[in-house]
Design a protein around this ligand. Structure first.
Ligand SMILES: [Zn+2]
Ligand SMILES: [Zn+2]
Length: 363
């Protein structure tokens, strides 16, 4: 009897492991943005809250919901100066990261240790990423906090620049001081449902990194990310999928923001992303007057094109993850063709679409 129970005890965990994935396994829906020629594309949300500040979610839940929706990286950035739940959840700046860490490891999701420096506007709110120790940032003088974050090697960005306050949308002396000291390196061009054209412009002028995040406080109930319904997120183009790899990409400004139905960023990164997404096949049919080609949009964002040259349809809407059949009137030409378009929802500057050339190979 004793022996039998030993055997069954030894076998039981094996059965448990074998059976577990079949029931209630977590499922992830990938976000198929392609990698760039020399870089891997990471989908990141670098501004999130939990019950440890004014969020309504326990930290590991943030990991599971992001993984399920196809994200690769999150930063939990609870407010240092604002904890409305502190009667129930004591102030502990390290704790949300500690609690989420094991879940992040189990899901293979990168978790950035972060905090939101939360002062009135001006100067506004700033996120500090890649912190070692959050506690020293709990100090009265704003510029001391920013300096201490930088002394830890943090990547600091200005959050929701156009959000509120009489100085909303304005670049002031305090921002110049921080910029001249290289104490912040990026800005949120998009936060949740908002896009800030001024932030987009300043990032271009001052060589700051562009970010798009949710600043999420509630649970996110989405099961997957689609072109019609997804988080605001940052695509970061990394040499390696590690925290140092992400930091290197952010410092180098290799990002694109996916916000609603727009891709927003710097031409340098939007252009290769576009050409990885949009694939033009050689013509599969020719007549005396036209050719027929298939154009595939391999990424997760719809792309809207308007003709800027004189060849091809006036408009081309290429839905995410589909192939479009396109007829082009060309006479008897059988050589390669170049179709000039503007990608209206791929913004290289405020209200400025990316100019693109679709090259149709000869048959
Ligand atoms: Zn904020
Ligand atoms: Zn926030």
């Amino acid at each position: 009897m004793k022996r039998l129970s030993l055997v069954s005890l030894a076998v039981l965990p094996l059965f448990a492991v074998a059976l577990r994935p079949a029931v209630g396994a977590e499922v992830r829906h990938e976000i198929p943005f392609p990698d760039l020629p020399s870089y891997q594309t990471l989908k990141c949300d670098l501004h999130e809250h939990t019950v440890f500040s004014d969020g309504l979610v326990w930290p590991p839940v943030r990991v599971a919901e992001a993984w399920r929706q196809g994200l690769d990286v999150i930063a939990i950035s609870d407010h240092i100066e604002y904890q409305p739940h502190k009667e129930d959840v004591p102030t502990n700046h390290e704790r949300s990261h500690e609690l989420a860490r094991d879940s992040a490891r189990a899901h293979g999701l990168l978790l950035v240790k972060a905090a939101e420096i939360t002062r009135d506007t001006p100067p506004g709110h700033f996120n500090a990423l890649f912190l070692n120790d959050i506690k020293p940032l709990d100090t009265p003088e704003f510029l001391d906090v920013i300096k201490r974050a930088n002394d830890q090697g943090a990547f600091v960005f200005w959050n929701h620049q156009g959000w509120q306050g009489e100085e909303k949308g304005r670049w002031l002396d305090v921002h110049t001081t921080m910029f001249q000291n290289k104490w912040f390196q990026g800005m949120e061009v998009c936060n949740g449902d908002e896009y800030y054209p001024n932030a987009h412009k300043w990032c271009l002028e001052k060589n700051l990194t562009m970010l798009g995040n949710t600043d999420i406080h509630d649970p996110d109930l989405r099961q997957k990310s689609t072109s019609q319904d997804h988080r605001t997120m940052t695509l970061a183009f990394v040499k390696e999928k590690t925290l140092p790899g992400l930091k290197e990409a952010l410092l180098a400004g290799r990002t694109v923001v996916w916000w609603k139905d727009q891709l927003i960023g710097r031409k340098e990164w939007l252009e290769p992303l576009f050409h990885r997404c949009i694939q033009v096949a050689p013509p599969h049919l020719r007549s005396d007057k036209a050719i027929w080609v298939q154009i595939r949009n391999a990424c997760n964002a719809d792309i809207r094109l308007e003709r800027s040259g004189n060849l091809g349809p006036a408009k081309l809407d290429l839905p995410a993850g589909t192939t479009s059949l396109v007829q082009i009137g060309v006479g008897k030409s059988s050589g390669p063709l170049e179709l000039k378009y503007t990608a209206k929802n791929v913004l290289t500057a405020p209200a400025t679409g990316l100019p693109v050339t679709l090259r149709i190979p000869a048959r």
